[in-house]
Design a binder for this molecule. Structure first.
Ligand SMILES: Cc1ncc(COP(=O)(O)O)c(C=O)c1O
Length: 424
């Protein structure tokens, strides 16, 4: 296949004619496909149906004679702490089990830092300016939390092994308005990359001008492998502790993509000092979390072996969809040199970079043809992809056939928009 940039004008024109015909065929087929968000498919949700039987009228008591039907247990059931401490690779004293969404806990942690400060210093909101580092492309809802709370975002490029650490270190060294960094260390959203040992070590040991610098370590995809082996990421809490910065990382996780998103169990972890600090604030927010749901999850997943077996089933369903995307991208785009894309071993996304100035047009053309994709720019702070080239593909929810069809439409749009730009 010849690279599009070396095609002559007449070759580009005849390619354009062929693509036009394809577009009209697609239009006539009245598609209605949605690849906007990383939602589990119905088949994945079915994997957890028996969880409904894991608590019931004869099964609502937890360890230490805790009655899960009633108030109490601010930071979670003992068995939930034990189970999810292993999941998050921390000690039982280093975790708080919360409600149904880790995003909620991230928002709380950020709001508390703004209003009440951290274990290291007072409220961020009293500072003239608060900045946060945002590796890009990244997760739109992280960026939305910062924007909502008036925290300014500084984009930092994402490499294949984590954020560009030379840039991160240079920025945080002298600027005390930079209070932290967002990280999705394993199977990152959207690039699917995993942080290398070196990146974790540098994040833990780097000198920050802000004495209350915090790493928001979002472990959303820690067991979400696609079946080609398990990636491991170095223990950030341990590394930070070793460097004398044990209050630096806030870890977050949830079962949203293990069981039922929206009805899962969320958790936050970190140093004992940080956990004591958060328990104090938590006491003003709630009398206690949904313990029945915590019990239901522990009874259903049982232990790490049970959890890993369950995730293998998720992996099979997801892998078929990820393979479908890869096959179509490969067969339609290889050699044309108009896009590069990720081949993740886990997580929920495939990340595609087109030529500059292409993404918005492609996404709106695909939408007109009945294929909804994540809005252009969503993977950047303030919705602004400066090169307008990043496209996030979320293949988990549709069927395998739909994923293939939607990816074909994406490719046709990508080719059509690129050809138009090259003709200009
Ligand atoms: C990186 C990341 N963090 C958090 C979430 C949401 O997690 P939760 O459902 O626990 O709020 C998502 C969902 O897509 C995600 O991609």
């Amino acid at each position: 296949m010849t690279a599009y940039q070396s095609l002559s004008k007449s070759q580009l024109l005849s390619t354009k004619t062929g693509l036009r015909e394809e577009i009209e065929v697609i239009r006539a087929s009245n598609l209605a496909l949605d690849m906007t968000r990383g939602k589990p498919s119905n088949e994945q949700l079915d994997l957890s149906l028996s969880m409904f039987e894991c608590v019931g009228k004869d099964n609502y008591m937890a360890e230490d004679n805790v009655d899960c039907r009633n108030y109490g247990g601010l930071d979670g059931l003992i068995e939930a702490k034990r189970f999810f401490a292993e999941y998050m690779e921390v000690a039982e004293t280093e975790i708080i089990i919360g409600g149904n969404a880790s995003l909620n806990m991230m928002h709380d942690a950020m709001s508390i830092a703004m209003l009440h400060g951290t274990t290291s210093a007072g409220p961020w909101v009293k500072d003239e300016e608060v900045n946060f580092l945002c590796p890009v492309p990244g997760y739109d809802r992280h960026f939305a939390i910062c924007e909502h709370l008036g925290i300014k975002m500084i984009p930092v490029a994402m490499a294949d092994d984590g954020p560009d650490m030379d840039r991160v270190e240079a920025l945080v060294k002298d600027d005390e308005t930079i209070k932290g960094v967002w990280c999705v260390p394993k199977y990152s959203n959207p690039t699917g990359i995993c942080y290398s040992d070196e990146v974790v070590e540098r994040l833990a040991t780097m000198t920050t001008a802000a004495k209350d610098f915090r790493i928001f370590w979002d472990n959303a995809y820690t067991v979400h492998h696609l079946g080609d082996g398990y990636a491991t990421v170095k223990d950030i809490l341990n590394e930070c502790r070793g460097a004398g910065h044990e209050d630096r990382p806030y870890l977050f996780g949830s079962t949203s993509k293990l069981t039922f998103p929206g009805s899962g169990v969320a958790m936050m972890a970190g140093s004992e000092n940080n956990m004591a600090f958060f328990r104090k604030h938590l006491a003003f927010q709630t009398i206690g979390p949904d313990k029945l749901n915590q019990l239901r999850h522990v009874n259903f997943l049982k232990d790490m072996n049970g959890l890993n077996e369950h995730m293998e089933k998720h992996a099979q369903l997801l892998k078929a969809r990820f393979d479908a995307v890869q096959n179509v991208l490969e067969s339609r785009l290889a050699g044309k040199e108009i896009a590069v894309w990720s081949r993740p071993k886990g997580g929920y996304f495939i990340d595609l970079n087109a030529l500059p100035g292409v993404a918005q047009k492609v996404i709106s053309m695909a939408s007109e043809l009945g294929v909804k994709l994540t809005p252009a720019g969503a993977t950047f702070p303030y919705g602004n992809d400066p090169e307008d080239k990043n496209i996030r593909i979320a293949p988990s929810f549709p069927t395998v056939d739909e994923v293939s069809r939607a990816t074909e439409v994406l490719c046709v749009c990508l080719e059509a928009v690129t050809v138009d730009i090259l003709l200009k």
